[in-house]
Design a protein around this ligand. Structure first.
Ligand code: IPM
Ligand code: MG
Length: 371
């Protein structure tokens, strides 16, 4: 078998990021050995760590590293140290938003699945979460996140009726091609899954949503008539996700709705520390856990690396077409959980103390469980 070498740009970021990405790499290299593939990882700075080092949340070297690599593996960014409402202060999240835009990562896949060993962690009743398997397809490089925005500081005496006050606006804008390509991604995903797409919008109020709905239906009728398509208003979608989560297959929506609904959907599982995501463009892709940088437990060696490890699974599947290798990671994680091993965040009263693992021990357990 011919052996392949892939270049990976690894971005540890902030908080628990450096701890969990070490476990992601550990599993990546172990799987590489088994599948005769080598992965050469180059670390680069992003987020608060990059602000501290050079005042810029996405330094040029990081962008070059990402462009020169076959895929990007990110851990997490942000923390209270860099929180500020001063519009002039650099923010860690700007690094994330800019890398998405610069690499053209318009498709964000956020799978929501339940590991049966962890089903008890959900706050929803077991019969409600039975069979939940949702793929949120979030548009990632348009809409409110990237529209024109401005803040005005009125001079004293110059506001409405002389009352001083600030003003601000953000713009929600989409172009036809942006809706078209994300709709295609959703229909393609549905074809590989259970053949249903729920398109979420606010067409009863927003013009962008009315255009969104029109385009999604046109693409559907032209090329994907075999797929079941439903329109769901975003407020109703928020309710239905909790009420009947198992009836959703693929959910496609614009950037900000997708941000909100994907956090809600993650909560259906009750274990945010288990969910990975992929951000795909036409030329490259970035993989990261769905959770944040958990600054409160950073540096203690107790973080849950499983979402990071599952983001490596997605990388093998989507960037390198290594479905078997990806499956082997998922099986290993399932096995470790079935055997009762837990990190602190996913443990409960029934977990024996000697089955609660630290971050690095959990990575070792997954490697040991690879077949
Ligand atoms: C996410 C996060 C980001 C987003 C933040 C950190 C900018 O919430 O990936 O969902 O809003 O997209
Ligand atoms: Mg979010």
């Amino acid at each position: 078998m011919a052996s392949a070498t892939y270049q990976i740009c690894t971005l540890p970021g902030d908080g628990i990021g450096p701890e969990i990405i070490a476990e992601g790499k550990k599993v990546l290299h172990a799987v590489g050995e088994r599948f005769d593939t080598s992965f050469s990882c180059t670390d680069a700075l992003i987020g608060g760590a990059a602000i501290d080092a050079c005042g810029n949340p996405l330094p040029d070297e990081t962008l070059s590293c990402a462009h020169a690599s076959d895929a990007v593996l990110l851990a997490s960014v942000g923390g209270p140290k860099w929180d500020s409402t001063d519009p002039a202060a650099p923010r860690p999240e700007q690094g994330l938003l800019r890398i998405r835009k610069e690499l053209g990562l318009y498709t964000n896949l956020r799978p929501v699945q339940i590991f049966s060993a962890l089903a008890g962690a959900s706050t929803l009743r077991p019969e409600v979460i039975e069979g939940v398997d949702v793929m949120i397809v979030r548009e990632l490089t348009g809409g409110l996140y990237f529209g024109r925005r401005e803040r005005f500081y009125d001079e004293p005496g110059a506001g409405v009726n002389g009352a001083p006050g600030q003003r601000a606006y953000d713009t929600l804008e989409y172009r036809e091609f942006e809706v078209e390509r994300i709709a295609r991604q959703a229909f393609e995903a549905a074809r590989r899954r259970r053949g249903k797409v729920s398109s979420v919008d606010k067409a009863n109020v927003l013009e962008t949503s009315r255009m969104w709905r029109e385009i999604v239906h046109r693409i559907h009728d032209e090329d994907y008539a075999d797929i079941e398509l439903e329109d769901v208003l975003v407020d109703n979608a928020a309710m239905q996700l909790i009420n009947r989560p198992a009836t959703f297959d693929v959910v496609v929506t614009e950037n900000m709705f997708g941000d909100i609904l994907s956090d809600e959907a993650a909560q259906i599982t009750g274990s945010l520390g288990m969910l990975a995501s992929a951000s795909l463009g036409d030329d490259t892709a970035l993989y990261e856990p769905s959770h944040g940088s958990a600054p409160d437990i950073a540096g203690q060696g107790i973080a849950n690396p499983l979402a990071q490890i599952l983001s490596v699974e997605m990388m093998l599947r989507y960037s390198f077409d290594m479905a078997e290798a990806a499956d082997s990671i998922r099986r290993a994680v399932t096995r470790v959980l079935d055997e009762g091993w837990r990190t602190r965040d996913i443990a409960d009263e029934a977990t024996p103390a000697d089955h609660i693992l630290g971050c690095s021990a959990m990575g070792d357990a997954v490697v040991a469980a690879l077949d």
